[in-house]
Design a protein around this ligand. Structure first.
Ligand code: ZN
Length: 80
């Protein structure tokens, strides 16, 4: 079991919003390297955010969310 998942998830959104100090960012990157669970969650959020920015909308459409989720599950080889 990996430790620090709670903190990683807690800081995930702030990381993506670039609201964190460098020490927090390093700590999260370190955790992501060791924790596939948080890593896939992080990639999902990062891709979603990227797409939202490209489209210039505030709310992601539900089908986009589903498609991304499927994509990342394929990448990580997880079936849920
Ligand atoms: Zn984790």
């Amino acid at each position: 079991m990996s430790s620090g998942c709670g903190h990683a998830v807690e800081y995930l959104y702030r990381y993506l919003d670039e609201e964190l100090t460098w020490s927090h960012r390093i700590r999260i990157r370190w955790h992501l390297r060791r924790c596939p669970h948080c890593c896939s969650a992080f990639e999902f959020e990062a891709k979603l955010k990227e797409l939202i920015r490209e489209r210039g909308c505030d709310e992601p459409p539900p089908e986009l969310f589903d498609r991304l989720h499927a994509l990342i599950q394929q990448e990580t080889g997880e079936i849920s």
